[in-house]
Design a protein around this ligand. Structure first.
Ligand SMILES: [Zn+2]
Length: 301
């Protein structure tokens, strides 16, 4: 199948090109960092599954035309900022999967940010994930281990990867809205997320963003960490908290692809400990120095 809208992700595209759609199974779980294209990938898969043309998705059959217009009744999406992830809504969503489908004989249900589902809601999905009636369920989430093992084990897992910096530069350059210097700057800071890059262009880049990315980039260089620590010490308390939160996100994103995640897990835990100390109002200088000393100690291991 083709992925007409998903950028990058050659590995995923290669996997799907050699995988007959009928062998996909009945439940998929797409994981990857925030803003890397999980929903786009899921929609491309849904469009292909529902397509009645030859080269799927063809973009021209009645099903594809309805899908592109957002009116394909064999497709249902659950998610977005207004979605309420409670068990009643999931039960109602589940019950709609039993309604007979139209043209393609199949229905596709997409649940975005499935890690927002509480255990009760996840349990409500178990039966349909296991015994679907001509239905494909696609779940997306950042971290597969945030889901119940029983849900995870029923799904075929695929990873959507962050975009390379050059792809982000190319995409933003097409929009003719920003200067090359602005584009280069946010492309280096967005962690492979086009959405994050656009947010940074709209909202501006805070010092904490740049420090968090620089910190990640020099984790193995004690001297650079020490130099950076002096700049971080000058952050306001609010910006230090934002720095720490962004660094935690970056570490989380890097964990799935790191060959030696042990060190990252230690830093993640350390940031979590610092976070719990916040009500005691420690100074930014002491937090920054302690974090640098902790990470510097790890580079010697
Ligand atoms: Zn089609």
């Amino acid at each position: 199948m083709r992925f007409p809208h998903l950028l990058g992700n050659e590995r995923l595209k290669q996997t799907f090109s050699s995988l007959p759609l009928e062998k996909l199974g009945s439940s998929l779980l797409l994981t990857g960092p925030k803003g890397c294209g999980k929903k786009t990938a899921a929609n491309d898969i849904a469009m292909a599954i529902l397509c009645t043309g030859n080269e799927k998705p063809c973009g021209a059959c009645p099903s594809c035309v309805r899908f592109s217009a957002g009116t394909n009744s064999d497709y249902e999406f659950f998610g977005g900022k207004d979605a309420v992830y409670n068990v009643d809504n999931i039960r109602a969503f589940r019950s709609r999967s039993f309604v007979k489908s139209g043209d393609s004989g199949t229905k596709v249900f997409l649940i975005a940010d499935a890690d927002k589902l509480n255990p009760q809601s996840q349990n409500a999905l178990l039966k349909v994930l296991e015994e679907p009636l001509n239905t494909l369920f696609i779940l997306t989430c950042e971290n597969p281990f945030s889901l119940l093992q029983t849900v995870r084990s029923r799904c075929t897992l695929f990873t959507v990867e962050p975009l390379p910096e050059e792809t982000i530069v190319t995409e933003l350059s097409k929009e003719n809205k920003y200067s090359p210097a602005e584009i280069k700057r946010v492309s280096a800071l967005c962690g492979g997320s086009l959405q994050k890059a656009r947010d940074l262009l709209e909202q501006g880049v805070s010092p904490y963003e740049e420090y968090a990315v620089s910190f990640m980039n020099c984790l193995d260089d004690e001297f650079s960490l020490f130099k950076l620590s002096k700049d971080i010490s000058a952050l306001s308390r609010e910006d230090y908290i934002a720095f720490s939160s962004r660094l935690t996100e970056l570490i989380n994103d890097a964990l799935s692809s790191s060959p030696s995640p042990g060190k990252l897990i230690k830093i993640y835990d350390y940031l979590d400990k610092q976070n719990k100390l916040m009500p005691l109002n420690p100074s930014v200088t002491s937090l920054s120095s302690a974090l640098t000393a902790f990470c510097g100690g790890l580079t010697e291991e």
